[in-house]
Design a protein around this ligand. Structure first.
Ligand code: 5RP
Length: 222
C-alpha cells in the first residue's frame, strides 16, 4: 500500500456517523474519499460531505457520498485534506492542486481539521514548495509586477495545454518561488491586505491533527 493510501484510510476512521465532513482535494485526499465511500457502502455510515473543488465533488458523487453545498450546512464537524508542506510548528502550505480558496473556506468553518500527508511533506521551514496566490484576472499583471519588484519570483500557473490555469472560481494562480518563508504570519497579513489577491496558500494555526504516512505505518500527531 502506498503512503497516501495508508493515511487516506487511517483518516477515514476518524469520520463519525451523522457528521458533516469537509472533503479535501488532491492525490492524498483521493484515497480518503475512496475510504469514506467504502465505509458508507459497507458499514452504512451516514454522513454529509462538503467538497473543496469540482474534482472532489465528482469523485465523492461517484463513490456514493451524499453532498451539501457549504452554504446549506450550519458548520462542518471535521475536514480531511492533504497539504504541500507542513513545518515543525504545524503551519502549512496548500494549493498545489489549485483548490486552496475553497479548502480554506471549508477548513475555517470546521471544528476539526486533519491533514494527511506522506512523510516527504514534513519540512523544517515552509517555502521550498511554491506558494500559490489566487488572483482575480483583472489587473493580475500589476499584482505579478509587484511580486517581481519584491523579488518573490512569481510565475503564472499554466494548465496542461499551456493556457492560464483557471480555478473553480475563474481566477488565475500566481506561484511564488520563495524558497524560504521566514515569517509566515507577516507574509499572510501582507497578502491578505493586497487588492486583487483572492486567497493565498498559507494555512496558519488551523490544523488540529496531522496523519503522516511512514514506512512503519501511519503516525497520528495531535
Ligand atoms: C490542493 C491541495 C492539496 O491538498 C495539496 O496540493 C496536496 O496534494 P497531494 O495530496 O496531491 O500531494 O492543497 O489545492
Amino acid at each position: 500500500m502506498n503512503l497516501k493510501e495508508m493515511v487516506g484510510n487511517k483518516a477515514a476512521e476518524f469520520v463519525q456517523d451523522g457528521t458533516v465532513v469537509g472533503l479535501g482535494t488532491g492525490s492524498t485526499a483521493y484515497y480518503m474519499i475512496e475510504a469514506v465511500g467504502k465505509r458508507i457502502n459497507e458499514e452504512g455510515l451516514s454522513i454529509t460531505g462538503v467538497t473543496t473543488s469540482n474534482r472532489t465533488a465528482d469523485h465523492a458523487k461517484k463513490v456514493g457520498i451524499p453532498l451539501k453545498n457549504i452554504n446549506d450546512v450550519e458548520k462542518i464537524d471535521i475536514t480531511i485534506d492533504g497539504a504541500d508542506e507542513i513545518s515543525d510548528d504545524y503551519q502549512g502550505t496548500k494549493g498545489g492542486g489549485g483548490a486552496h480558496l475553497f479548502e480554506k473556506m471549508v477548513a475555517t468553518h470546521s471544528d476539526e481539521v486533519i491533514w494527511i500527508v506522506d512523510d516527504s511533506k514534513l519540512v523544517h521551514k515552509l517555502g521550498a514548495f511554491p506558494l500559490p496566490i489566487e488572483v482575480v484576472t483583472f489587473g493580475c499583471q500589476q499584482v505579478f509586477r509587484l511580486f517581481e519588484e519584491k523579488n518573490m519570483k512569481p510565475s503564472f500557473r499554466k494548465d496542461d495545454k499551456g493556457d492560464m490555469y483557471l480555478t473553480d472560481s475563474g481566477n488565475y494562480i500566481i506561484d511564488l518561488h520563495l524558497e524560504e518563508i521566514n515569517k509566515p504570519h507577516e507574509l499572510a497579513t501582507w497578502l491578505n491586505a493586497l487588492t486583487g489577491v483572492v486567497e493565498h496558500g498559507l494555512f496558519l494555526d488551523c490544523v488540529t491533527k496531522v496523519i503522516v504516512g511512514t514506512e512503519a505505518g501511519p503516525e497520528v500527531k495531535n
